[in-house]
Design a protein around this ligand. Structure first.
Ligand code: ACO
Length: 335
């Protein structure tokens, strides 16, 4: 697997505020029992998921992103006119184009901000964070909003029990800025291996296979997952990424106060934490309530850890992701 480490060659970068937003509508395992041949017992045992949030038909990624982004800006004590850039990390944006980040910029009234979407599936948020950090560290930007948002329910086949139990919708956000102080990014690592791209994919709707009548008949508008293979690669990839950032910072797993892993499967989270020998009480888990929200999962979990007082000033927080592409990454923050 190919990957690259880093380098802190510029200004210090820190998180100024976080926010999140999930839809009100709850889809429980019992609801799914009525839709496909599954059971609450199977879903909980194999994944740890009890319920997930699903948007209504009129909602799109920018709607959740707007609320999460506004909450992050409020927590950071800034207004949209302070933003130099908006990065939206998503594979389920409102459209192929224009980008969801441009839609957000117009809604916020932030014409001075440049915008782009970041496509790294479940790893998207940390890819966006690292991009924001690079712009800020280099002096090319002062204040950047990064939103991870996903509306996977609109790309899920609710007749396929193998996938429809796994995912949920949501958004999480963070504002980044320069300077020393709390919530400092200490180290980060990103990696990818495109040879495994077909393990998690959305077959139709792109230039390779446009959304034709035939594609719709073949149900190719829905995502596919080779769960078993992703499972094994996920555990190894997340543990390795954690070790890489900890090594960069001269720290060890035992120093980690809070591990915030991508919420794809409780068994993947447990196995990763076990490999690192980080005890369960230091691991953030909310997959039971939200399922896998892809790029939104880590920023939602981070925001919940902040707003519930689970993370304290001075804590070493390790965020780690793994997902389609394949992609992975880890970011270490001194809170
Ligand atoms: N209810 C009941 N039975 C089911 C269901 C369901 N919802 N889904 C699958 N099964 C059945 C299968 O048909 C199979 O039956 P069979 O043995 O008669 O063929 C049996 O359960 C076992 O299926 P497996 O796929 O082997 O089950 P596994 O224990 O691997 O769990 C899962 C599947 C949950 C998808 C797991 O592999 C996983 O979480 N993988 C990684 C996470 C992942 O892929 N996430 C997707 C996004 S990518 C990311 O976020 C990293």
């Amino acid at each position: 697997m190919n990957s690259s480490g880093k380098k802190s060659l510029g200004r210090e970068v820190r998180i100024l505020g976080t926010g999140s937003c999930v839809p009100d509508r709850v889809l429980t395992n019992q609801d799914l029992e009525r839709m496909v041949d599954t059971s609450d017992e199977w879903i909980v045992t194999r994944t740890g998921i009890k319920e997930r949030r699903i948007v209504g038909p009129d909602m799109a990624a920018s709607d959740l992103a707007e609320v999460a982004g506004a909450r992050a800006m409020k927590a950071a004590g800034i207004t949209p006119t302070d933003l130099d850039a908006i990065f939206v990390c998503t594979v389920t944006g409102d459209h192929l184009f224009p980008s969801t980040s441009c839609l957000l910029q117009a809604r916020f009234g932030a014409p001075q901000a440049f915008c782009m979407d970041v496509s790294a599936a479940c790893s998207g948020f940390l890819y966006g964070c690292e991009t924001a950090s690079a712009f800020i560290a280099s002096g090319m930007a002062e204040t950047v909003l990064v939103v991870g948002v996903e509306i996977l329910s609109k790309f899920t086949n609710f007749e396929d029990r193998g996938t429809c139990v796994l995912f949920g919708d949501g958004a999480g956000a963070a504002v980044f800025g320069p300077g020393p102080g709390p919530h400092q990014i200490l180290a980060s690592h990103l990696g990818a291996d495109g040879r495994f791209g077909s393990l998690i994919e959305l077959p139709a709707g792109g230039s390779r296979r446009p959304m034709t009548h035939e594609a719709l008949e073949a149900r190719q508008q829905y995502l596919t997952v080779k769960g078993n293979e992703v499972f094994k690669l996920g555990v190894r990839g997340m543990a390795d990424a954690c070790i890489k950032v900890l090594d960069q910072a001269g720290l060890a797993p035992d120093d980690v106060d809070l591990l915030i892993p991508h919420q794809a499967n409780l068994r993947i989270i447990d196995a990763t934490a076990k490999r690192l020998e980080i005890p369960p009480e230091r691991v953030v888990v909310n997959i039971d309530r939200y399922g896998n929200t892809s790029a939104a999962s880590v920023p939602i979990a981070l925001d919940e850890a902040v707003t519930t007082g689970r993370v304290h000033e001075g804590d070493l927080v390790l965020m780690v992701v793994f997902g389609g592409g394949l992609t992975w990454g880890a970011t270490l923050v001194r809170w």
